[in-house]
Design a binder for this molecule. Structure first.
Ligand code: BG6
Length: 299
């Protein structure tokens, strides 16, 4: 009897993959692998610590001196700043969301090879100072990295006033070879000059000293051109009208115990959110979404 004709070989589809592991400090983390990229996300803070496209340098900076422990923020990656930005008496700087272990709700590889992971901020005593709310964080990994912080005011009568910010630490080849565009004409609070209000007049920002600026009323994308790495990073955002640009430079780097003295040369924070006078006033029953997409291309 003639052998039956072999079935044509099935086309090999590589869907996205998610692996669970112990990260640093034995904190649980997820490693996401797609055909374009890898990413690392800790449940602690729902903190994305790593994103790297194949054949490219990591997109996110992570300090070699970062702490990885309960109750301590991770230095680098993308801390979630919520529900407050900056210091407040008696409360943790930048809010409590980055200090909590978020619940993993779901991870879903899509047919196109993307992977989406969804987290939820658990109930915690600190939240009781605010009207009742829920906070979800959705991370989508493919050739780019997309982050969504979704906050719902579940109260019946109280407005929920809060600040949010995705405090993105970008990895750069050498900070002095970086230029940042997209903020020309925008007013900012200069934290290095005692919160003086200034206007960005130059086409591009270059960094040669400590920079700590809160750009206000600016919904536009920002681009970071990195001449040393030959790369352009694009930070696109929706539901955000503040952009914070931060580099601690020499003096502040030396004061931060969880940051290397020289590491300011390899990082730049471009943070997208709604802070200070741009804070969100969310009416009862309403939802607010902060969405940031990070992508890169060679130059
Ligand atoms: C930035 C602030 O967003 O975060 C800076 O504008 C601050 O003033 C920086 O130094 C880092 O904050 P932290 O709490 O992570 O050390």
């Amino acid at each position: 009897m003639a052998k039956s004709k072999p079935e044509p070989e099935q086309k090999h589809i590589t869907p996205g993959r998610v692996a669970f592991m112990d990260g640093r400090g034995e904190l649980p983390m997820l490693e996401v692998i797609t055909e374009w990229s890898t990413a690392g996300i800790y449940l602690h803070g729902a903190h994305v610590t790593h994103f790297k496209k194949k054949d490219e340098a990591p997109l996110l900076f992570l300090s070699q001196c970062s702490r990885f422990g309960q109750g301590e923020p991770i230095r680098g990656g993308i801390p979630i700043i919520f529900p407050l930005f900056g210091p407040r008496e008696g409360l943790p700087q930048h809010g409590f969301a980055r200090l909590k272990t978020w619940e993993l709700k779901e991870f879903a590889p899509a047919p196109d090879g993307s992977v989406t992971v969804r987290f939820c901020l658990p109930d915690c005593p600190e939240a009781s100072a605010f009207p009742p709310f829920t906070a979800e964080y959705i991370v989508t990994v493919n050739a780019s990295l997309t982050l969504q912080l979704v906050v719902t005011n579940t109260s019946r009568e109280e407005t929920f006033n809060f600040e949010n910010c995705l405090h993105t630490y970008l990895e750069v080849g050498d900070i002095v070879g970086v230029s940042i565009s997209g903020l020309k004409g925008v007013s900012y609070l200069d934290k290095v000059s005692n919160f003086a209000q200034k206007v960005q007049t130059e086409d591009a920002i270059r960094i040669a000293s400590e920079v700590d600026r809160i750009y206000l009323n600016t919904p536009g994308a920002v681009e970071v051109l990195d001449s040393r790495l030959g790369r352009k990073i694009r930070v696109e955002k929706h539901g955000s009208v503040s952009t914070v640009v931060w580099n601690p430079w020499v003096g502040k780097a030396q004061q931060m115990p969880d940051f290397g003295n020289e590491e300011y040369q390899r990082m730049l924070c471009v943070e997208s959110g709604n802070v200070t006078s741009n804070l969100i006033r969310l009416p009862p029953g309403e939802t607010s979404t902060l969405k940031v997409k990070l992508s890169s291309e060679r130059q």
